[in-house]
Design a protein around this ligand. Structure first.
Ligand code: ADP
Ligand code: MG
Ligand code: MG
Length: 211
């Protein structure tokens, strides 16, 4: 079975919950190598999405929900992560426009478009110690899972697992983008907050699909 508008709503609700749950952790990670507001920024953004989800019509598509979330994040989250996640969800929305039920390939298209949107906006490459270090392994794992015939839910679970590994792998890196890049070697030994939040958002996507 494919993933519908109710899944997208559950993903956004789950994202709000997981961001609230890990707010302090994300703040602490960002305090170590940034300005300490990442958890607060995302909590504000996803909290603003919640009341809007209640007003969505029953026939809302995944694309409708992703677009709503994107515009809300762009307008409420200050900092680098608002425009980056906002662009990600906007591009994801465009990639699955008009589809009521997303199959495994559509999920891969959604994740790929999200990642490409972040790259378009932020120009980061893998190894720059940013959220891209979580997104790109997630896209690759999702793509392999879909090629192997896995369900949309399993594709998302593969993406979330790979994102977690990618976030952990940012720890030894020197940052080349964002505020952490001002620290040089002092960023070594710290996990990138945006890569960590990406793994939580993808966990929420998989959980919403039943994984
Ligand atoms: P700010 O740095 O403006 O305070 P946040 O703290 O909300 O914004 O987000 C910081 C995160 O944004 C970083 O941990 C990193 O993952 C991500 N980030 C910053 N710049 C870029 C970029 N150019 N490309 C991709 N991700 C980036
Ligand atoms: Mg910050
Ligand atoms: Mg900031």
């Amino acid at each position: 079975m494919g993933l519908d508008g109710a899944w997208a709503i559950a993903w956004m609700r789950g994202s709000a919950a997981v961001v609230a749950e890990h707010r302090v952790e994300l703040i602490t990670l960002d305090r170590d190598i940034g300005d300490g507001d990442h958890g607060e920024n995302l909590d504000r953004g996803f909290s603003a999405i919640l009341p809007k989800l209640d007003e969505q019509p029953a026939d809302a598509t995944p694309a409708d929900i992703l677009k709503l979330a994107a515009t809300t994040l762009i307008s409420t989250v200050g900092g680098a992560s608002g425009p980056l996640y906002g662009t990600a969800l906007l591009k994801a929305s465009i990639a699955v426009a008009g589809q009521e039920d997303l199959d495994a390939d559509a999920v891969v298209a959604l994740l790929t478009a999200a990642r490409d949107g972040i790259v378009l906006r932020g120009k980061a490459e893998v190894g720059d110690k940013t959220m891209i270090d979580a997104w790109t392994p997630a896209v690759d794992a999702a793509s392999s899972a879909a090629a192997g015939g896995e369900s949309p839910a399993r594709v998302l679970a593969a993406a979330a697992d790979a994102a977690w590994g990618g976030a952990a792998a940012t720890e030894p890196l020197v940052a080349r983008k964002g505020r952490a890049s001002y620290l040089g070697e002092r960023a070594v030994g710290h996990r990138d907050p945006g890569a960590q939040s990406t793994s939580y958002l993808l966990q929420a996507a998989a959980a919403a699909a039943g994984e």
